[in-house]
Design a protein around this ligand. Structure first.
Ligand code: RET
Length: 243
């Protein structure tokens, strides 16, 4: 089994950050009794738990493999994709449930998301040629762009029907998600999986910062305000004259 190099420092920081995030969300969710609110805690706790396990597997070398491409040896952290395969649909579900988007939109988003991660993994593991790797990156990035388009469109359709403070939380989370998710294919293409402009050490640091922001940062913003979650899970549709 190949062992991580000096980049393991970032993987250990990732393990610690995800674990602390998970414990924080467990602590915050402890007293919550409302079943609809509980689902946001359960989803967000699972997101950080899966990521903590994935980071631990990468830091200890289990989540790492080596491949040969055009005479070069590449270190591929495959465990990232295993993590993302489960956690990115859960992140979308968090946001979709908050905005109460319809089932078809949720299914479309999750379908595109799984397609994006699986084609990204294929791109990372292809050994025949660099051109084929880049082609898979293009396929995966196309899926991401469709996903973001349907997300923004689906959320804006729901916007009018939700209380104002819920709308504002949804749009903050949407902004965080769009900006962070677009950075992933950029790090991949400039990093060791793609064109190799950025070494593995810096790439691992960049993914760690992105992962912590997209999971712990996102979860923190989502679960920070009880009153907004109360409004989001209120069965009464909001009316502008209610108070
Ligand atoms: C890959 C491969 C290259 C093309 C694209 C990718 C997109 C990855 C994304 C990952 C998001 C991860 C999150 C993790 C949370 O911690 C797979 C790098 C488009 C969008 C949000």
């Amino acid at each position: 089994m190949p062992q991580p190099g000096s980049e393991s420092i970032w993987l250990w920081i990732g393990t610690a950050g995800m674990t602390l995030g998970m414990l924080y969300f467990i602590g915050r969710g402890w007293g919550v009794r409302d079943t609809e609110q509980e689902q946001f805690y359960v989803i967000t706790i699972f997101i950080t738990a899966i990521a903590a396990a994935s980071y631990f597997s990468m830091a200890t070398g289990f989540g790492l493999t080596e491949i040969e491409v055009a005479g070069d040896t590449l270190d591929i952290y495959w465990a990232r994709y295993a993590d993302w395969l489960f956690t990115t649909p859960l992140l979308l579900l968090d946001l979709a449930l908050l905005a109460r988007v319809d089932r078809n939109t949720i299914a479309t988003l999750i379908g595109l998301d799984v397609f994006m991660i699986v084609t990204g993994l294929v791109g990372a593991l292809v050994t025949e040629s660099v051109a084929f790797r880049l082609a898979w990156w293009g396929i995966s990035t196309a899926a991401l762009l469709f996903l973001l388009y349907f997300l923004v469109q689906g959320l804006s359709e729901m916007a009018d029907e939700r209380p104002a403070e819920v709308n504002s939380l949804v749009s903050t989370l949407q902004g965080i998600l769009v900006v962070l998710w677009i950075a992933y294919p950029i790090v991949w293409i400039v990093g060791t999986e793609g064109l190799g402009y950025v070494p593995l050490y810096a790439e691992t640091a960049a993914f760690m910062v992105l992962d912590l922001s997209a999971k712990v940062g996102f979860g923190f913003v989502l679960l920070r305000s009880r009153s907004v979650l109360d409004a989001a899970t209120d069965v009464q549709p909001a009316s502008p004259t209610a108070d």
